[in-house]
Ligand binder design. Structure first.
Ligand code: BEZ
Length: 211
């Protein structure tokens, strides 16, 4: 059964480029991004790992730890990191799991046999402070991910965890948000003192509450 939103992210112990990690213990009570790439020493993956390294301060600001994975061993990740620095200018500054036995890849359903028997797809799992899965993404090997979009989603997840709001299509931080339908108009007046506009009875928008 595939891992679904709201499931507890399975715990595991794995070898990484930063030593042995027990996932839940390592994550602590913050947020985490667990993401897989298909193979070391490949072009798209090289650009992706460099992009994530460049964004590490942004993940830190969001109290979010990042951890990568492929079915290559740690020793391979270590050698590849030099190329990533060389090509992208960014030293890999987060742990990468070596999973040659596919233990974690199987646990998280990161191998899609009809895409490839041997490689992980580009999976992303965002895990919240409660260890529950908040977001899953699956990209094919041929398409590098947009990690700015991942930051945008984390901003939405963190905002909507704190306030009774949802974020509209193409929302970016600072934009208006939607008041969730469980909140009455009366209640909304106190919860959202900046006011709100009722576009439809089911669509009420308000300025982002924490700005
Ligand atoms: C890549 O990262 O470029 C790649 C990896 C595996 C298969 C195809 C492309």
């Amino acid at each position: 059964m595939a891992i679904q939103l709201g499931d507890i992210a399975p715990d595991f112990t794995a070898d990484t480029t930063q030593g042995t990690i027990r996932f839940h213990e390592w994550k602590g009570d913050g947020w985490a991004v667990l993401f897989s790439h298909p193979k070391d020493f490949t072009p798209v993956c090289t650009t992706e790992l460099g992009a994530v390294a460049a964004l590490k301060p942004e993940f830190d600001k969001r109290n979010t730890k990042v951890i990568g994975l492929s079915v290559d061993p740690v020793e391979s990740h270590n050698r590849w990191e030099m190329d990533i620095k060389d090509v992208t200018g960014n030293a890999v500054n987060f742990p990468m799991i070596g999973d040659p036995e596919r233990t974690v890849a199987s646990l998280y359903g990161m191998i899609h046999p009809n895409a490839s028997d041997t490689m992980t797809v580009r999976s992303v799992f965002v895990v919240g402070p409660d260890n529950k899965v908040k977001l899953t993404l699956t990209y094919p090997a041929s398409t590098g991910r947009n990690f700015q979009e991942l930051l945008r989603v984390i901003d939405s997840l963190q905002l909507t965890a704190k306030y009774a709001v949802a974020t509209p299509a193409d929302w970016t931080p600072g934009g208006d948000v939607i008041i969730t339908n469980g909140v009455s108009d009366e209640d909304a007046k106190t919860r959202f003192p900046k006011g709100f506009e009722t576009k439809k009875p089911y669509l009420r928008v308000t300025p982002q509450p924490d700005r």
